[in-house]
Design a protein. Structure first.
Length: 321
């Protein structure tokens, strides 16, 4: 086989795998939610798709605003906000319902709002954008990503203070960090996708379009396994049967760990905990999750790993998992 023929064969195989992935997600959604139009994948899962330096950076997720308690020294209130640190970059996903609670919790956790580089707002509801005014009052001027469908007045007022980027379609907003693009037909929403050496981390605000649909979208935007899904799943009134259907869909999609909070609901969280066992992560305000890069070694002719190699763990508030 010539080199040119080999390259064409590999390209066809990659295209075929991407097509299978899209069909799989569509089939899963039919069982638990209304199917959605599948976007064209932004990247394929290859060694060259993202520089190893970005995948090698430790990722830390800290819930700084939530109605579920975890750290008893922090304030709880209805809403959600997650501080994301990837290398030297800080992203704030949603801002909770009010600036006072948000800033109090940041201060208690030793997080400086002046170090925020980017804010991503999942949807327009007040319990996700309500803390933005208080945050900007500190003088920080991050880049702010909003949905194109946000009210014109909201966007105009925001542009008086910061640079605003409107999101319609899925896109890469930082190296190895992507938005799902605008989703849903009722409450429109975007989620965040972060590529790591362990797989994709998917963050949802409320998952109004359905958490399964958002995970499916993540897998079509960035091909790869899903390591962790964290955030609100919007299942407060969901039946046991529906939540168990979602558990089955997560398994089919290869989701490894869950950290539901906010609007997921106590009943749904109990079911997720029972179904996923050690792969379920209790989540609430103050929960910090560290995703430590997985050791990756270049292949040798013998396929060996250096003797005495210590493999890193993924840490959840200091407990190896």
């Amino acid at each position: 086989m010539t080199e040119r023929t080999r390259n064409r064969t590999v390209a066809l195989l990659v295209t075929g795998l991407a097509s299978v992935l899209v069909v799989h997600c569509g089939a899963q959604l039919e069982a638990v939610t209304k199917p959605a139009t599948t976007p064209v994948p932004i990247t394929q899962e290859t060694e060259e798709a993202t520089p190893i330096g970005e995948l090698a950076e430790k990722l830390t997720l800290t819930v700084v605003y939530d109605n579920n308690s975890y750290d008893l020294g922090l304030k709880t209130s209805w809403g959600f906000s997650c501080w994301i640190q990837r290398g030297e970059t800080n992203i704030l996903f949603d801002t909770g319902g009010d600036g006072k609670t948000l800033l109090h919790n940041m201060d208690a956790l030793g997080l400086d709002p002046q170090s925020i580089d980017v804010v991503v707002l999942s949807h327009i509801h007040g319990d996700h954008v309500g803390g933005l005014g208080g945050l900007l009052a500190t003088g920080v001027r991050p880049m702010v990503y909003v949905l194109a469908s946000f009210p014109a007045r909201f966007k105009a007022q925001l542009r008086e203070q910061v640079t605003v980027r409107e999101v319609d379609k899925a896109q890469e907003i930082l190296p190895a960090v992507y938005t799902t693009g605008e989703m849903g037909t009722g409450v429109r929403e975007q989620g965040l996708i972060i590529r790591t050496s362990r797989g994709l981390v998917v963050i949802t605000g409320c998952a109004h379009p359905s958490v399964v649909e958002m995970v499916c979208r993540a897998k079509t935007v960035v091909a790869g396994k899903v390591y962790l899904v964290i955030g609100g799943f919007h299942l407060g009134s969901a039946s046991t049967a529906k939540v168990k259907d979602i558990c089955a869909a997560f398994r089919e999609l290869g989701v490894q760990k869950l950290a539901p909070c906010h609007c997921t609901g106590d009943h749904a969280m109990r079911i997720f905990s029972a179904e996923f066992g050690d792969s379920y992560v209790q989540c609430g305000v103050g929960r910090a999750i560290e995703v430590i890069p997985q050791a990756r070694w270049p292949r040798s002719s013998f396929g060996s790993i250096p003797q005495g190699t210590a493999f890193p763990f993924v840490l959840f508030n200091g407990a190896a998992s």
